[in-house]
Design a protein around this ligand. Sequence first.
Ligand SMILES: *[C@@H]1O[C@H](CO)[C@@H](O)[C@H](O)[C@H]1NC(C)=O
Length: 277
Amino acid sequence: MSRKMTRDKLNSNAIITKTHSGCIKMFLIVLPFIIIGSNAMEPFVVGGNRAAIEYFAHSVFLSIRDYQGSYICGSSILNQKVLLSAAHCFETCISPGNIFAFVGNAHKSRGRKYQVSNFKIHENYDSNEVKNDIGLAILRVSLTLGASAKRVSIIPHPPAIKLGKVAGWGLIDETGGVRSSWLHSSTQRLWTLNKCREILPGIPNGCLCAGDTSEQSYASEGDSGSALVINGYIQVGLVSFKRPDTSRGLVVYTNVSHFYHWIRMNTRNLYCRERFG
Ligand SMILES: *[C@@H]1O[C@H](CO)[C@@H](O)[C@H](O)[C@H]1NC(C)=O
């Protein structure tokens, strides 16, 4: 990557919330790309709305503790045992037993609570350039599907639809650092990768961009791993990072269709390992 990219990276942030973490302080210096600077942010779903869980029933809140502190991420339901999220949600000092998933409620701590028993980060996840930012978590106990807990569908070639929706538990006011306990959602415009690269040069393959340069409403700290869906249930992306110095409103997502085969294979592997040892 070019120098410029490196400089850009220093002012860039992945969209994750971590609190009182020495691990993270180190990351702020070493990997500012990944971690949001407290000064740099503004609302997630600024201009977003409180979301009813029934409309985003694939959304699962993750509370993650590493030995330094705790942070939050979003994820989506692939099946009764496996959740899809961002690799950078799982990359620091975590034991799977310190990841808890809350399912089936728009309030982050009122859902049914499940413990994660294992997770998988993409083998080629690159935290510097934020490439292959995708991971899976398997639950100790199967979750119960229903009106407020539904699977997403992931397809290799989704239709070229212009608008998608993202929902997450991240900041609702980025500059003010305002959090909410409630799920918020927002409609996002999907960009072609080429168009996105005009604004954010060097975005790797396997990403897609969504949002707006008008910065009305967008994903923020704590929304990492949250699903971007079309037609209500087809997941096309998951929240990865942005470069707030360039645009707060244009968010880079992992293109989950690009990782369709990886997701299939690794979901099966995790599941089999869990079942048969
Ligand atoms: C996402 O990946 C799929 C499968 O590789 C591809 O067909 C699609 O065009 C990609 N989306 C974007 C916005 O690049």
